[in-house]
Design a protein around this ligand. Structure first.
Ligand code: ADP
Ligand code: ADP
Ligand code: MG
Length: 658
């Protein structure tokens, strides 16, 4: 029995392994680099050790921690060292259990060509292609001719969608081959390539397999991972839409045959590419580890795959036989990233100033390695979380996904949430029409130009700002807005927001006990407004609405109906400074109270020196010297209430003409 597991990984996967180990009464050891010292997985583990070598690839450093901490096993997660035969061997040599397959299986499946060479001796269907040792360009070109264009050149040691090139025409082959070899050598330290027939609009369907040390091997059904971007999975689901029971069984049995061919142990995934027209399926590669998308299988089988991995590593037989495994309902996973879809999905770095995952209601699961206040750095993959939903049917799972995605609020980084929401609500996806070209084909619908907040959203934003400006403790709309009446009879507030290069003006006014908002050319009658920062609820023209508004200084983040906008409030205090400079006065940019005078009449000050502090809208605002110059007379004492536009002090800007 294992007592203590070291996790040679970080982030979400480390958290995932900790969860299962803890449930089994096994202690966990985290290893981390300096940048991860405060990370969630480091906090969750029973022990955490800093890797002196500052690298998750440092085999010796990891083994040194394993020995020092008394760990009897290592879980490699996925990525990093998980598919590295040298790591499995080093664990063996150190007498530490490697939770994964044996070294030989890692080595064979680590090369796409070695895997195909082994499997061609059995009846496993392979994508038509060439995976031989002879790598001279004329031979490869001749093979491409034989296979027929279009072809795909793949790095034998490639992974993660990297090192792949589609060649449509024979005249482009030589140049693409050279580029692919260069990329393969640089990324994987192995320039060998293989060539495959490039299938048009295929599906990616993979089978989860499990083998124990007693000769049993089962398949835990399939996952459809066809929705990809640059050959990388974006959304995964189980079961695969439209897959017949016969095909499921045939693919499952083929996957087990693949596993047996390499004397497999533990969790593995056999990836197939499926021809859209004929339904023929072909072996692509085997991933010798737990997959990112394993939760989808857990949701439809009700099993804990990490617990299974640990049991197999302990030498136990598989907990269930093939006949005992059942598939229930439908599960979908979406990968949530800190990236900007509008900017070519560029990773987005920053601090998660707001992190509000949806409630974990029935059928909703979130696997994450981050929490509020964490920073997304360029050092690692910018994945924020995996959102996994389950429903009795695909439609119900999709509805839950849409709802959970819309409720997920994050600020501080750009996200792909909006893109994912459009994807999973797209009619073609909802109808289960998926293939690997889906995203590219529907690009226009999935990445529409950004629109400014709708008038209703702007009205909610201004209402939140108005209510936030009320005296403390009164979140409800009671009409008593101090200062409103100072300027005259009409109780009106003007709000100006900037969104990108647009300006949006909103007016909130109260008259005869009714509140109205004018925004974007529309008029809204407000009732039952409740502000409990950062949440606003109100009836606008009788419709019950809710929004979240985050305010930090002049910055506003508005969440409404599953979308996010970042705006800037045009603070009149700031806007007025320039004006004041011309007129020789500093004016009250809004109604409020004078709190403090910061300088004395007659002194010379530098531009930017604080001159007066006002309190308005529950916040203190400082008026600064708009230029180098001389402070004149102050017109009010601290405590005085002032109306918008009143002269607060005289100020004479220094004349710097020579
Ligand atoms: P990786 O190791 O990067 O995962 P794979 O061989 O698994 O590489 O391929 C990744 C993706 O590339 C597949 O899921 C599929 O979308 C696409 N792909 C791979 N082989 C083919 C092929 N022969 N024809 C069309 N698309 C392919
Ligand atoms: P802008 O307002 O200029 O469009 P944002 O920084 O608000 O810029 O970014 C909008 C992005 O926020 C969109 O790409 C969208 O995918 C993403 N997004 C949408 N909904 C949410 C949400 N609930 N939480 C976090 N990000 C979201
Ligand atoms: Mg793959």
């Amino acid at each position: 029995m294992l007592r203590k597991i070291l996790i040679a990984n970080r982030g979400e996967i480390a958290c995932r392994v900790i969860k299962s180990a803890r449930a089994m009464g096994i202690a966990t050891v985290a290893v981390h680099v300096a940048a991860d010292a405060g990370a969630l997985f480091v906090r969750q583990a029973d022990e955490a050790w800093h890797l002196a070598g500052e690298s998750y690839l440092d085999i010796d450093g990891i083994l040194a921690v394993a020995r020092a901490s008394g760990a009897d096993a290592i879980h490699p997660g996925y990525g990093f060292l998980s598919e590295n035969p040298a790591f499995a061997r080093a664990c063996d040599a150190a007498g530490i259990v490697f939770i994964g397959p044996r070294e030989a299986a890692l080595a064979t499946m680590g090369s796409k060509s070695a895997a195909k060479t082994l499997l061609e001796q059995s009846a496993i269907p392979l994508v038509p292609g060439y995976h031989g040792d002879e790598q001279i360009p004329p031979r490869l070109a001749a093979e491409a001719d034989r296979i027929g264009y279009p072809v795909l050149i793949k790095a034998c040691s490639g992974g993660g969608g990297k090192g792949m090139r589609i060649v449509a025409r024979r005249e482009d082959f030589a140049a693409e081959l050279a580029a692919c070899q260069r990329e393969a050598a640089a990324s994987f330290g192995d320039e060998r390539v293989l060539i495959e027939k490039y299938l048009q609009a295929p599906r990616h369907i993979e089978i989860q397999v499990f083998a124990d040390s007693h000769g049993q091997c089962v398949y835990l059904f399939e996952r459809d991972c066809s929705v990809q971007r640059r050959h990388q999975k974006v959304v995964e689901e189980a079961p695969a839409p439209g897959l017949s029971a016969e095909m499921r069984r045939a693919m499952g049995e083929t996957a087990c045959a693949v596993a047996r061919a390499v004397d497999y142990l533990g969790a593995g995934t056999v990836e197939f590419i499926v021809d859209g027209d004929s339904g023929d399926y072909f072996f692509m590669e085997m991933n010798t580890r737990l997959q990112v998308e394993h939760p989808v299988t857990e949701m439809v089988t009700g099993l804990d795959l990490v617990a299974w991995q640990i049991r197999v590593a302990q030498g136990e037989p598989l907990p269930l036989t093939q006949a005992q495994l059942t598939l229930q309902g439908h599960a979908i996973e979406a990968r949530l990233y800190a990236e900007d879809p509008q900017a070519g999905f560029l990773p987005s770095c920053g601090t998660l100033t707001h992190w509000q995952p949806p409630a974990l209601t029935e059928g909703v699961r979130i696997d994450t390695g981050v929490s509020g206040g964490d920073t997304i750095t360029p050092l690692f993959d910018p994945m924020l979380a995996k959102l996994i939903v389950w429903g009795p049917t695909r439609d119900e799972a999709l509805a839950r996904m849409a709802q959970a995605l819309a409720a997920f609020q994050v600020d501080g980084v750009m996200t792909n949430f909006g893109f994912l929401h459009k994807l999973i609500t797209h009619p073609a996806f909802c109808n289960g029409i998926v293939d690997t070209g889906f995203i590219e084909r529907h690009q226009a619908a999935l990445l529409p130009p950004r629109l400014p907040p709708a008038p209703t959203a702007l009205a909610l934003l201004a209402l939140a700002d108005t209510l936030a400006a009320q005296p403390a403790g009164t979140g409800a709309w009671d009409g008593a807005l101090p200062g409103w009446r100072l300027g005259g009879a009409a109780a009106t507030r003007h709000w100006t927001y900037r969104w990108r290069d647009e300006t949006h003006a909103v007016t909130v006014s109260r008259q005869n006990g009714a509140c109205r908002i004018e925004a974007g050319g529309e008029t809204f009658v407000v009732a039952d407004a409740q502000w409990q920062a950062p949440r606003l609820t109100a009836r606008l023209n009788s419709q019950r609405l809710a929004a979240t508004v985050l305010a930090r200084g002049a910055a506003r983040t508005l969440f409404w109906q599953g979308e996010r906008w970042t705006l800037t409030w045009d603070d009149p205090l700031v806007a007025d400074a320039a004006h004041a400079q011309d007129s020789g006065h500093l004016r009250a940019p809004m109604p409020g109270r004078v709190v403090a005078l910061c300088a004395e009449a007659g002194v010379r000050v530098k531009k930017g020196t604080a001159l007066l502090i006002m309190e308005a809208m529950k916040m203190e605002h400082t008026l600064f010297a708009p230029a180098d110059g001389q402070v004149g007379a102050y017109h009010f004492a601290p405590g005085a209430q002032v109306a918008e536009g009143m002269d607060l002090l005289d100020f004479e800007a220094q004349d710097d003409t020579p």
